[in-house]
Ligand binder design. Structure first.
Ligand code: ADP
Ligand code: MG
Length: 402
């Protein structure tokens, strides 16, 4: 089930605060009904996609490999032509299928960084970073100053003369970023820019890009298949599958209120507990009694309005919303579930227990290393009382999630 943007658009919010009559004017980028089928392709790589990105916003396309992220980005850049729809930068159409408009990449005010180390190895840093300036015929006397400024931005000041081959992977990505920013574009497009870096460097670059983006207040369209990267960098995320946006919203909204099983299982982990609806009302959360735990009642929301009192359901619980306690540490286990932890995997930052939960089935529960539970020991499980997602009792979903 795909759904339109359910988060309040920051574009709309800005329009209100400035009291402008036309909202589209303050969107840095607007995609309207963009589709693309590659020659010989049987399926649309991108299917009628619409979204808006505000000035100064980091907007991320997130989804599994092949879902159409790069194709979308390339259409924004002018490297692919859509079969339908239009893209606006501000109020200016850069491509409009119906009106035969399609500006070449150099006429779009963008900077771009790709996945691979996209610098020219036979050139120096200065030649690499200055390339877009020369290609766009910036006045010669401006070029050295602009290069120096761009290098300062990415923490590579003074490295102008360094040859390409003498740069580390992280430095190469910084140079690629400086090259994307050197023309001071309105929009920065980033396609999995950190995926060739090792984990530590990736984390560092993530933070640097976030700080840089805040300083420049530039609109960023970011592409990644990595949910942690998306959650940590984005103001808003569009989660894609098969060329279609499944859900759009803030990182927190996608994590806490997934609209379908795909969104729920792609972002973070979800534990599914069986239960039964005890009370429902149209506006508030559902009250769910947890199977196998006589006095455990929790609250959650379902995207399915048909879910009613008496229905058997799954309660979607994020791992950090369950606490595992050794049986002997609890005097009065009211509102808790019980079980046996028959396997424990020590992972450093957490311990993963395979717990045979009474009235449920085996569920993996995360515990912390300071309160270990012995293997084979009886345990109590305490669920957060509210804020869970609720799903129809359909085993096909549950097998995906656990
Ligand atoms: N140049 C191309 N020619 C034909 N099919 C392509 C081409 N580029 C991508 N595709 C197909 O389009 C779909 C979307 O690809 P892509 O946009 O690269 O996805 P993502 O970036 O999310 O991994 C995939 O099915 C892919 O195989
Ligand atoms: Mg891609």
């Amino acid at each position: 089930m795909a759904q339109k943007a359910s988060a309040e658009s920051p574009v709309a919010a800005r329009r209100d605060s400035e009291g402008k009559a036309t909202g589209a004017a303050s969107a840095a980028i607007r995609l309207s009904g963009i589709s693309k089928t590659y020659p010989g392709g049987t399926q649309k790589a991108v299917n009628s996609l619409s979204l808006e990105i505000a000035d100064g916003e980091v907007f991320t396309l997130l989804g599994p490999s092949g879902c159409g992220k790069t194709t979308t980005l390339r259409m924004v850049a002018g490297l692919e032509e859509p079969d339908d729809g239009a893209i606006y930068f501000g109020e200016k159409p850069v491509v409009d299928f119906a009106h035969g408009i399609n500006l070449p990449p150099e006429k779009r005010d963008i900077g771009m960084v790709f996945q691979s180390y996209a610098i020219w190895p036979h050139m120096t840093v200065e030649e690499n970073v200055g390339f877009p300036l020369r290609a766009r015929k910036f006045p010669r006397h401006e070029i050295p100053g602009r290069i120096a400024k761009a290098l300062d931005l990415v923490g590579m000041g003074g490295m102008q003369k360094r040859p390409g081959p003498l740069l580390s992977g992280g430095q190469q990505q910084r140079i690629a970023l400086a090259r994307a920013l050197v023309t001071e574009p309105r929009i920065l497009l980033l396609d999995e820019p950190f995926s060739n870096l090792d984990a530590k460097l990736r984390e560092q670059m993530r933070i640097e890009v976030k700080l840089l983006q805040k300083r420049l207040n530039i609109a960023v369209l970011f592409v990644t298949h990595d949910q942690v990267e998306a959650l940590s960098l984005s103001d808003r995320i569009a989660l894609m599958k098969d060329g279609v946006i499944q859900q759009q919203g803030s990182p927190r909204m996608l994590y806490e209120e997934p609209v379908n099983a795909f969104a729920r299982d792609f972002i973070g982990r979800t534990l599914l507990f069986r239960g039964q609806v005890r009370a429902h009302n149209p506006s508030g959360p559902l009250a769910i009694a947890v199977d196998g735990a006589p006095d455990c009642m929790v609250f959650g929301r379902s995207v399915d309005p048909e879910v009613k009192t008496g229905d058997a359901v799954f309660i979607g619980v994020r791992p950090e919303d369950v606490e595992i306690l050794p049986a002997e540490s609890v005097n009065i286990p009211s509102g808790m579930m019980s079980g046996v932890a028959h396997a424990a995997l020590f992972l450093g930052e957490r311990i993963e227990y395979q717990v045979d939960v009474d009235g449920q089935r085996d569920i993996v529960i995360f515990g912390d290393r300071h309160n270990p539970v012995p293997e084979g020991g009886r345990v109590w499980l305490r669920l957060r009382p509210e804020g869970h997602s609720v799903w129809r009792n359909d085993w096909s979903h549950s097998e995906e999630a656990n």
